[in-house]
Design a protein. Structure first.
Length: 111
């Protein structure tokens, strides 16, 4: 695997509704912007506009390349139900080389 200009990353996106996040991930996959995505519910506590909120949300974890994170972030900002969506990326510094290569293969034709 020689992707020296790019790097595999894990992107986290959270949303208030599982259905919205699953559809968003499906749309990203159709555009080859991510290779895979997982969703699961979690409890969150956060401060927003002077009030502490506690609720159940859905967390999505996507696998893609670093060069596509800006596009994913922009799509989230355009379509997310929250004014300030959580979108963060963490580099995958090691792992099964076949899996990491698969991420690059699946996102090679990103649109």
């Amino acid at each position: 695997m020689d992707n020296t200009e790019d790097q595999a990353v894990e992107v986290v996106i959270t949303a208030p509704e599982k259905q919205w996040l699953q559809q968003f991930i499906q749309n990203l996959m159709q555009q080859h912007l991510c290779a895979a995505g997982h969703t699961y519910p979690f409890e969150t506590t956060y401060h927003w506009r002077g009030t502490i909120h506690e609720k159940t949300e859905t967390r999505g974890v996507l696998y893609t390349r670093a060069s596509l994170v800006d596009r994913i972030t922009e799509l989230a900002r355009q379509h997310h139900p929250y004014e300030v969506p959580h979108v963060t990326a963490t580099p995958l510094v090691a792992g099964n080389p076949d899996y990491l290569e698969w991420i690059f293969t699946e996102t090679a034709t990103a649109r």
